[in-house]
Design a protein around this ligand. Structure first.
Ligand code: FES
Length: 570
């Protein structure tokens, strides 16, 4: 059967002539004889430092495609540098996914290799590729090496939160804090904690969408390049065999990803990303699946933010496969990988080499550490918490709310000595949902008031309709749905109301009678935080974005359109 690209390059008519002629800049005539054209979707950018090395990775993929008889084509796509773009990279995850989808569909290609790393890039690549459903395989860019400062490891992300809190508490000088900044980013690669980038790189493999064994390979490790080369070879065979995202990723793949998410202690951001990817494929995945399938799964990986080590240690200790071997009985054997094998078969023969980093199932870091989904009068459509990153004694808690209507309100009042806050208070931050901010920023792990930090308090219950950085930690309830900007119950809470958090029973409530809560108007300031944009992407986003409990995709992007393009205007 002729490849899809032959619709452009085949035939002797004028259109075929034009398509071939413009691609003859270096391509020989036999490039158009029906061999697969593989686009390498590259998110390298100087402004996405975590992905800046992907040009080198792309060359290795291209060599593999050539070796297998395909034509590699570089296709730079919209990239998102998590720490740089304002106001928050999540505002553009769906834009990146939409651009990726459209460029895959519009071009004369038969398959794609997806190069990502920094937080939003792998989710956006998978969402876009899933909606077109041409054969696709991911090369995760990999984590950076471990930095050191004053003789001890310095993790990227988690240690920044810790050190900045130490400065606020007066136990670390601003000068020393500044000195540490040149030590943290030791090499190419993405954040090396079990943050969102590490999590999504590993989960891309569990979803079956990478060459088995590649995920977690540190970015500077030469094995990343040889695996990228192999991926190029694989992409050509995937086209020949018609293996598409819809044939690789099934509901079983997503349930396996939920098990893995718990075992590795992965980022809460994976909840919205996996829901969004599943939505593109029409796979019925819900927020409740995360609790049902993942909450009893033990935490086996001792990595920051839940633990001590970093991604380089995980790779040295045996990597993802050694972790999943411990919970192989919880994985659905029907899920496949891009090679066509069952995913569980790639775990055979793997071994853990450092039992401090990868714990045996018999001695986990935590016995039941998956994401918990809470419901109650404060979150009728759900909220999530990552118990692995929380203080156990706070998982059941009752305390008075201290409410902030926006990030700006928080910054203005948090350190006010007169703020009515005690260690038992519950900090509530609203106006940070998908529409309210807009873009659902990673602010839910709001800092603690200075006067409590100075008194030695290091964790409190915090509640927010935003997200939390995967590198953050604390007793944080996030993704509260519906968000305050929609007038949800979160918008009705007042400072002094008693909040009841009961994670064992999956409850999040405000202790006021239902009729009183119903009668209250949403606080004007909470709803005002949602200043409707009037133009551009932000308007499209706010008008069409869904809530966190369904993946925060744009409503018209859920599902897919396939790879057919019926019209051309030469
Ligand atoms: Fe890119 Fe953390 S900033 S992964």
């Amino acid at each position: 059967m002729a490849p899809r690209s032959a619709q452009w390059y085949g035939g002797d008519d004028r259109d075929g002539y034009i398509h071939r002629a413009w691609m003859r800049r270096g391509l020989p005539a036999d490039a158009f004889d029906g061999r697969p054209h593989i686009a390498i979707l590259n998110t390298a950018s100087d402004l996405t430092p975590c992905n800046a090395h992907l040009n080198e990775v792309s060359r290795s993929v291209a060599n593999g495609v050539h070796q297998a008889g395909g034509i590699p084509l570089d296709l730079p796509v919209l990239s998102l540098g998590e720490t740089l773009v304002r106001p928050t990279a999540m505002l553009w995850r769906n834009m990146a996914a939409m651009a990726i989808e459209e460029m895959i569909r519009a071009n004369p290609i038969d398959g794609v290799v997806l190069l990502g790393g920094c937080d939003k890039t792998i989710p956006a690549l998978l969402m876009g590729a899933a909606s077109v459903d041409l054969p696709a395989v991911v090369v995760p860019g990999g984590p950076m090496l471990t930095g050191t400062f004053r003789g001890v490891p310095l993790g990227c992300g988690t240690d920044v939160w810790r050190l900045s809190e130490e400065v606020r508490a007066g136990t670390l000088s601003a000068t020393e804090f500044r000195k540490s900044e040149s030590s943290m980013i030791r090499s190419r690669g993405h954040c090396n904690t079990m943050g969102t980038a590490s999590t999504m790189g590993l989960l891309a493999e569990v979803l079956g969408m990478t060459l088995p064994g590649i995920a977690g390979t540190p970015a500077p490790d030469s094995r990343l390049l040889s695996s990228a080369h192999e991926t190029g070879v694989l992409a050509v065979s995937m086209v020949a065999e018609g293996r598409r995202p819809s044939t690789v990723m099934s509901r079983a793949s997503f349930l396996n990803a939920i098990v893995a998410l718990a075992a590795i202690g992965g980022s809460t951001n994976a909840v919205v990303h996996l829901l969004a990817i599943a939505g593109r494929l029409g796979i019925p995945l819900t927020q409740d699946d995360f609790d049902r399938v993942g909450s009893e799964v033990p935490l086996l990986v001792d990595l920051q933010p839940a633990g001590r080590f970093l991604m380089e240690d995980l790779f040295r200790a045996g990597g993802l496969h050694a972790v999943l071997r411990e919970v192989a009985d919880l994985l659905d054997p029907s899920a496949l990988t891009v090679t066509g094998e069952p995913f569980v078969s790639v775990l055979d023969g793997t071994e853990a080499y450092d039992r401090e980093v990868i714990r045996p199932r018999s001695a986990p870091l935590q016995p039941a550490a998956g994401i918990a989904v809470l419901y109650g009068n404060l979150a009728p459509d759900g909220a999530v918490i990552k118990p692995a990153a929380a203080t156990p004694s706070l998982l059941t808690h009752r305390g008075p709310a201290v409410v902030f209507d926006s990030i700006e309100d928080l910054h203005a009042r948090l350190d006010d000595p007169s703020l009515p806050v005690t260690p038992d208070s519950v900090l509530v931050l609203r106006g940070c949902g998908p529409r309210g901010y807009p873009g659902m920023p990673e602010v839910s792990n709001l800092p603690l008031p200075a006067k409590l930090l100075e008194a030695g308090v290091r964790d409190m219950v915090r509640i927010c309709d935003g997200r939390m950085s995967g590198t953050a930690y604390g007793t944080v309830v996030l993704h509260v749905t519906p968000e305050a900007a929609l007038g949800g119950p979160l918008a009705k809470v007042r400072t002094g109301d008693i909040i009841v958090l009961d994670v064992p029973n999956r409850r999040l409530d405000v202790d006021i009678p239902a009729d009183e809560l119903n009668a209250r108007e949403p606080a004007a300031e909470a709803v005002k935080a949602f200043a409707a944009p009037t133009r551009g992407w932000e308007k499209l986003y706010v008008d069409t974005v869904g809530q966190a409990n369904t993946g925060a995709d744009l409503d018209f992007l859920v599902g897919g359109s396939g790879d057919a393009v019926s019209r051309e205007s030469h």
